[in-house]
Design a protein around this ligand. Structure first.
Ligand code: 8YV
Length: 330
């Protein structure tokens, strides 16, 4: 029987592996290592499909080395680890896992923003160090979230979910900048105002980044943008490392040119720049915005569904490059 062979590049829920094994010959990562590009190409040689996470880069070199590959299913909504044009050129179907993580990621983005505004991580470290001797009127005074201006750079599904929390739960004014403006019927219930990027930077009390990482969004927040923000403002990044110039941010935090930041994603993660580790007014988490048990299960199941459909000759629910199917049909 010619069951397609697949690689599951990283450890995943046993039930997801079991489901995949009903359809495919599965080569599963035993030790959950992030494979170096050459190892990944080696393990993928002769395989029809790959179940990947954001840690695996699927690019022209890898695709050239793995001509049997027909589908790559990312267990992530972001897919900047895929060279989508190269996938399309090689006739490889590429999929991601949108929607299932929207609310969970928005919860975490909002929590991080609150943690930065109210100095939660900084004050906890102070307490753990045994430095809390007495109450004082200005100890760890931060800035309010309720009633403040929430600025969103990016306004896709996760951005809108954060805007909903801010507008409906915390009485925030919502301003946003995005490649395209939302339809008025989406803006209206949130009272969301579309502004240019300069206005967003100037007016936001709490700026949250929720845009995809592309060549165009590389260092969308750098020294100049940080200088344009209010000194009292906070910056939260739940998008991707690389959207922020982390070195410039560390300098701005150290010099208190903005009040605080909260980061779940980093340039070159899992490495984190020493300069960021050295400043106190930043909350740092290890890329866990989608990390609830229920959501990670849903992401794994959706990635599996996409791979099963793609290699079974059906249109996967979250196909990123439908041109490949069009070409096959033509
Ligand atoms: C993942 C994410 O945990 O979905 C995304 O884009 O950043 C996270 O939810 C990560 O990419 C692992 O695949």
């Amino acid at each position: 029987m010619d069951r397609p062979a697949i690689l599951v590049a990283r450890a995943v829920f046993p039930e997801t592996l079991a489901r995949l094994a009903q359809h495919f010959d599965v080569d599963a990562s035993a030790d959950d290592r992030v494979l170096a590009p050459a190892e990944l190409a080696e393990r993928l040689r002769g395989k029809a499909g790959a179940f990947t996470t954001g840690s695996e880069r699927i690019d022209a070199a890898l695709l050239g080395a793995c001509p049997q590959l027909r589908a790559v299913a990312n267990m992530a909504v972001g897919y900047n680890n895929f060279d989508l044009a190269a996938c399309t050129a090689h006739g490889v179907l590429a999929t991601n896992t949108p929607d299932v993580l929207t609310e969970t990621t928005a919860d975490f983005g909002f929590a991080l923003m609150m943690a930065a505004a109210r100095r939660m991580a900084e004050s906890e470290r102070f307490l753990r160090r045994g430095e809390w001797r007495r109450w004082s009127y200005d100890m760890f005074t931060g800035s309010d979230v309720h009633g403040a201006t929430l600025g969103l750079l990016g306004m896709g599904r996760i951005g809108q979910a954060i805007a909903r929390r801010g507008a409906l739960g915390f009485g925030m004014q919502v301003i946003y900048h995005n490649r395209s403006r939302l339809p008025v019927e989406r803006e209206a219930p949130l009272g969301a105002r579309y502004v240019d990027k300069a206005t967003l930077l100037r007016e936001a009390d709490h700026l949250v980044l929720v845009l995809p990482y592309t060549a165009a969004s590389h260092h969308a927040i750098g020294a100049a943008e940080l200088a344009a923000m209010k000194p009292s403002a906070t910056l939260t990044n739940v998008a991707r490392g690389g959207v922020v110039d982390d070195a410039a941010l560390a300098a701005a935090l150290r010099e208190r040119r903005i009040a605080a930041a909260a980061l779940d994603v980093f340039e070159g993660e899992p490495q984190v720049q020493a300069a960021l580790l050295d400043v106190s007014n930043v909350v740092l988490t290890p890329h866990i915005a989608s990390a609830t048990v229920a959501t990670r299960r849903a992401m794994a199941e959706l990635a599996a569904t996409n791979l099963i459909a793609a290699l079974g000759g059906e249109r996967p629910p979250n196909l990123l490059n439908p041109e490949v199917l069009g070409r096959a049909a033509g």
